[in-house]
Each structure stands twice: as C-alpha cells, then as structure tokens.
Design a protein around this ligand. Structure first.
Ligand SMILES: [Zn+2]
Length: 173
C-alpha cells in the first residue's frame, strides 16, 4: 500500500524510507533540479542553500519545491546560512499557496555528503527556536555526485537525526 506523492507531470523523483517507520519521503523533480543547479562543482564555489516546501501527512512527506539561495545569505566554501528575512518571506509566500515549510537544504563541497557537527547543531537550534507544528524538520545536503548518490536527507528532531535511505523512483503515470 505504498502511497506516492502526486507531482503532476514530473515523472521521476527521489524517494526515501526510514528503517523504523512506514512514512515515505518523495522529492519532486523541480525541487531536485533547483538544488542540483547549485552543486559545488568548481573548487571556488561557495555553499548554497535555502528552504524546502511541500505537504505532509502520517503516510508521506512530499517535497515539491526548494527555494534559495538569497541575497544577503552568509556563504563560504564550508558554511551556509540563509538570510533570515528572505527565508521568512519564502515561508510566508509558500504558506499562502498551501505549502508547508518542511526544512532546510544546503550544498557541500564533497561528492557524497555527510552531515558536519555544525549542521546538526544548526538544525537543533532551528527546531528549538521555531514554533513549528511538527517536531521534526528535514535537513537535505546536496553533494557533487548526481542524483540520489549526491543527496543526503535526515529527519532531525530535538532527540535525534535519522537518515533517509534514498533511491530513484520512476512513477508509472
Ligand atoms: Zn553542512
């Protein structure tokens, strides 16, 4: 009874699952295209990032859109921080269109990304400081390798960070 997010005309997506829950994660092609165009493919590229949006229920998380980077972000080769005002505007604007704020993404200058201690700390701070409906947020890190290989996604709560097992999905539509 696998439920699949409906992404309209986009056929390919990346799907994920966790070992201990039946909730599924799907990331739509437009969101993947948005983040992958900011991959750090040159030695001098700085980290980019932004926010993730979509829908959420007990069965599935559907990431339909990614925003950022923004003017005024803090960016270096090994660090990214969204301009807080721009991120807030993105969240309010998507909210008006019925899209939930689901979490954050940023790039890493490595092929297959891993989370740094800094990333964990930043996510925990974000969860502690925000008044969210959910007690967990997605953290997506975009490495240099294409497709699911270069992608790492965690669900981060105040208690733990759980990594999603990702694979490429071809929807039969
Ligand atoms: Zn990072």
């Amino acid at each position: 009874m696998a439920m699949i997010c409906s992404f309209g005309k986009s056929m390919y997506s990346i799907v994920g699952h966790l070992t201990d829950t039946s909730q599924a994660l799907s990331i739509a092609i437009p969101a993947l295209q948005h983040v992958s165009q900011h991959r750090q493919l040159t030695p001098w590229a700085t980290e980019a990032g932004g926010q993730l949006f979509g829908t959420l229920n007990a069965a599935q998380i559907c990431v339909t859109e990614a925003t950022g980077p923004y003017a005024g972000d803090g960016r270096s080769k090994y660090r990214y921080r969204s301009n807080p005002a721009a991120a807030q505007r993105a969240i309010e604007d998507r909210h008006k269109r019925g899209l939930l704020y689901l979490g954050e993404w940023h790039t890493h200058a490595e092929d297959e990304p891993s989370a740094s201690g800094l990333d964990d700390a930043a996510m925990r701070r974000l969860i502690a400081s925000s008044q969210l409906n959910s007690n967990a947020l997605l953290m997506m890190i975009v490495g240099r390798a294409p497709s699911a290989t270069g992608l790492a996604v965690w669900s981060v709560s105040s208690e733990a960070a759980r990594r999603w097992i990702l694979s490429t999905n071809l929807e039969e539509t």
